[in-house]
Design a protein around this ligand. Structure first.
Ligand SMILES: Nc1nc2c(c(=O)[nH]1)N[C@H]1C(S)=C(S)[C@@H](COP(=O)(O)OP(=O)(O)OC[C@H]3O[C@@H](n4cnc5c(N)ncnc54)[C@H](O)[C@@H]3O)O[C@H]1N2
Ligand code: MOO
Length: 433
């Protein structure tokens, strides 16, 4: 019996809660989820100041401009003004400098010219409030600046810095232990003996976790020795917040991993056959005194990474406090047929994506679609969700889980400004030869 993907995900995600919170300096908090709301202790800006280099003046003195005003002094950013603006007067002011008492507007310097010693000619009438940044027009004292559950992006860290916050309470980042299993895995740098392969799952999973902002612990290759595997698992379960293994979760004779996990979890492992391809076999359970989640991913290299996207990443994001756990799913259009065979499963095909001139996402196969063909996964920006059946013809709508979005080919900013994009013309990036 194959388990529908939605049910398998519910079994995993439905059982997980965010980790506890910790206090961190702002410099370490990027990407973290805020654990408690932050309130502005005072107004930002805290004083009225100038948005332009120019002259602080009384708007009413400029009615009927051009007018000539007396220059009473200068105020620079960071200084307290030492003269007020009195009728008929103006104070030279720099961007960010406090507005002197009596002034209610600033005339930018381009609309002025010297008119003799300590005199300035104002070319145009200046409306009240012109180029003045008032206290609290970014944040008001007492205002909730950021709420619990919000993700700290670089701009929000800037906001926190602007109100003098140096440390924030954030949800802990999960520490994730990763190991591989299988006596076929070789760590020797030399040529491979027949039957041996290199461990590609562990480096790929560790890099994927790091790219997704989780902390990692490399637990190496666990050989198929029950006692060794059991001890390693028990230790890791006390040290980490989640564990990820790959290999040995299917129905093979070599079921050491399953045996040991069943034992160490106290019989709490669920071994599933999910109605998807790749990544059909999947194990999930809780281990150790803190009952941390353990994810048993299939050994096939593509399968382990697809299983990561569908189960591990969303689960870890839940632990890390994120409200949104999945990557964006976009509506794409196939640019070539994406065939498959009916088998009762949803297929996640590795696809390359490009943003077309009309803004739609064009989708093509990224290469071989078997679960050992890791090269296609490396070339893919997305996983196309192809429902059971015979596949999709060219020009068909298709949902795509975007897994590598940063380098999506498509029109650049320059083109969107209506100019030919010289920056991405020609060879299109890569090292200079
Ligand atoms: N009779 C059946 N056989 C298989 C079934 C099935 O339903 N019935 N399912 C197949 C599917 S689908 C998958 S996926 C795999 C999952 O197998 P396991 O998770 O038990 O993994 P292994 O048998 O240990 O390895 C599978 C494959 O992956 C290679 N591998 C394992 N670890 C690594 C690694 N760290 N780096 C690179 N490659 C790795 C391993 O050598 C095998 O080739 O089972 C199918 N069989
Ligand atoms: O599901 Mo397996 O993951 O097809 O190779």
């Amino acid at each position: 019996m194959l388990l529908p993907l939605a049910e398998a995900r519910e079994r995993v995600l439905g059982s997980l809660e965010p980790l506890s919170t910790e206090r961190l300096p702002l410099a370490d908090a990027r990407g973290r989820v805020l654990g408690a709301e932050v309130v502005a202790p005072g107004d930002v800006p805290s004083f009225p100041n100038s948005a332009m280099d120019g002259y602080a003046l009384r708007a009413e003195d400029t009615i009927g401009a051009p007018v000539v005003l007396e220059v009473l002094g200068t105020v620079l950013a960071g200084q307290a003004p030492n003269v007020p603006v009195t009728p008929g007067g103006a104070v030279r002011i720099m961007t960010g400098a406090p507005l002197p008492a009596g002034a209610d507007a600033v005339c930018m310097v381009e609309l002025t010219e010297p008119a003799g010693p300590d005199r300035v000619r104002i070319a145009r009438a200046v409306p009240p409030g012109e180029h003045v940044r008032w206290p609290g027009d970014d944040l008001r004292a007492g205002q909730v600046v950021l709420r619990a559950g919000e993700v700290l992006n670089p701009a929000s860290l800037g906001v926190l810095a602007s109100i003098g916050v140096r440390e924030v309470e954030v949800v802990r980042r999960p520490l994730v232990g990763v190991w591989s299993t299988g006596d076929e895995l070789s760590e020797d740098p030399g040529p491979l003996a027949v039957g041996r392969i290199r461990d590609s799952n562990r480096p790929a999973l560790l890099a994927r976790l790091a790219a997704d902002d989780f902390a990692t612990l490399d637990l190496g290759i666990l050989r198929d020795d029950e006692a060794v595997v059991a001890r390693a698992l028990r230790e890791a379960a006390e040290r980490c917040d989640a564990l990820v293994t790959s290999g040995g979760v299917s129905v093979g004779d070599r079921d050491v991993v399953r045996l040991v996990l069943d034992e160490v979890s106290g019989g709490e492992m669920a071994w599933m056959q999910v109605a998807i391809k790749p990544a059909k076999p999947f194990g999930f359970g809780r281990l150790g005194s803190r009952r941390i989640p353990l994810f048993g991913l299939p050994g096939n290299p593509v399968s382990s990474l697809v299983s990561y996207e569908l189960f591990v990443r969303p689960a870890l994001r839940r632990l890390a406090g994120h409200a949104r756990v999945d990557r964006p799913v976009l509506a794409g259009v196939t640019e070539e047929p994406l065939p498959r065979r009916p088998d009762g499963k949803v297929h996640f095909l590795r696809v390359t994506c490009r943003i077309r001139a009309d803004g739609t996402l064009g989708v093509r196969s990224a290469g071989g679609q078997a679960s050992h063909q890791l090269h296609g996964m490396a070339a893919a920006q997305g996983l196309a969700v192809v429902p059971d059946g015979t596949g999709l013809p060219a020009g068909a709508p298709v949902s795509v889980l975007l897994v590598e979005a940063d380098d999506l080919p498509g029109p650049g900013l320059t083109e969107s400004l209506g100019v030919p994009d010289l920056a991405s013309a020609g060879s299109g990036g890569g090292p200079r030869r």
